[in-house]
Design a protein around this ligand. Structure first.
Ligand code: TXA
Ligand code: MG
Length: 328
């Protein structure tokens, strides 16, 4: 099993930071905490190291990776063109859960971009990720640290369960506070295009750089390389419904083991039902969602019934991930 090094998320032990940076500089794989989800990091400029990420995750090579950097200068160095909109977004949202897609510089390996003309970049807002980036002095390619198509990890335990033994080191910085993957926006289109909704809302993005193109239906995203519909899926069959109580009752009566992500569960239907009362606030809900899905799987739920969240911008990222998790 892979060694897990526990650190204080605010003041990580410099010896652990140095050890992680050393493994990364030698071309190894290190799972690191970010403010969104845990990432599986490797030297973004070392094609062999990046290839190991795809192997560890079982990820198809046509799905490009996000590159994490410590500062805006390091981000610019990965781009052949750095639009004014990128500066505006960086000033407002970095470090933070926003990824920009810009034209790639020639030295960014094809393994990172899936051979495409663009590269996705962000500065994470997590003291541990930043400390490792600064110590390593290399950009780090890091997808979520889960086997391909599984739910992203929001704790080091999730990483151990999914990838333990397949990575060189896991840095445990406690639970991720954001809980959903970063917002991804493509700046090479006019207007820019939302590729993945996330913790930075559309309203906040549009406030910073003006109109952004998106698909009409909530919970849908535009095609991006590797944005397969089925993604982030738990093992249990998941459904989202307004009639959650009735659905839970019916499934439990039919003998299913049900996990119920409710907004309100003052009385629990008879049968094998475990209710998880979810927060009514979108960002608190986001922070809890993946842990709730991991728990449901760990407890052997055969069905997950989710009370449908509100249909407004603040809930777009949550609704997007639930839509993906319910795609079979
Ligand atoms: O919050 C996050 O973004 C986490 C943490 C670890 O930073 N990372 C993450 O990475 O979610 P991953 O690989 O699971 O998701 C990357 C997403 C994919 O949907 C991919 O298709 C898209 O970003 N992406 C990456 N590079 C791209 C590019 N050049 N053009 C368009 N989409 C790209
Ligand atoms: Mg992922």
């Amino acid at each position: 099993m892979t060694e897990v090094s526990r650190v204080d998320p605010e003041h990580p032990d410099p010896a652990v930071v140095r050890a992680a940076a050393e493994v990364l500089r030698r071309g190894g794989l290190v799972a690191i905490p970010t403010e969104t989800v845990y990432g599986l990091a490797a030297d973004a400029l070392d094609a062999r190291a990046v290839t190991r990420i795809f192997a560890a995750k079982g990820r198809p090579s046509h799905n490009p990776l996000i590159v994490h950097v410590a500062d805006v200068d390091a981000a610019r160095a990965l781009a052949s063109r750095w639009p004014a909109s990128a500066d505006a977004l960086a000033a407002r949202f970095w470090p933070g859960p926003l990824t920009v897609v810009v034209p790639r510089a020639p030295h960014v390996p094809d393994a990172v971009t899936a051979g495409g003309p663009t590269v996705a970049i962000r500065i994470p807002a997590h003291p541990v990720a930043l400390a490792i980036l600064r110590e390593a002095r290399i950009p780090l390619a890091a997808p979520s640290a889960n086997p391909s198509n599984a739910i992203s990890p929001t704790t080091a335990r999730h990483v151990v369960d999914g990838l333990g033994g397949r990575v060189d080191m896991i840095v445990d910085g406690g639970p991720c506070t954001g809980g959903l993957e970063s917002t991804v926006v493509h700046l090479g289109t006019a207007p820019p295009t939302l590729l993945r909704p996330g913790l930075v809302t559309l309203a906040a993005l549009e406030d910073a750089i003006g109109p952004i193109r998106r698909s009409a239906a909530t919970g849908e995203v535009l095609a991006s390389p590797g944005m397969l519909a089925k993604h982030y899926a738990p093992r249990a069959v998941l459904e989202v419904t307004r009639d959650d109580r009735a659905r839970v009752e019916a499934l439990a009566a039919a003998g299913e083991r049900v996990a119920w992500l409710a907004f309100e569960a003052s009385s629990i239907p008879p049968g094998d039902v475990r209710a998880i009362v979810m927060p009514g606030d979108a960002s608190a809900y986001a922070a809890r969602l993946y842990a709730a899905l991991h728990d449901a799987d760990a407890q052997g739920a055969t069905r997950i019934v989710v009370a449908e969240p509100p249909d407004d911008d603040a809930w777009l990222a949550v609704r997007d991930r639930l839509a993906r998790a319910s795609t079979r």
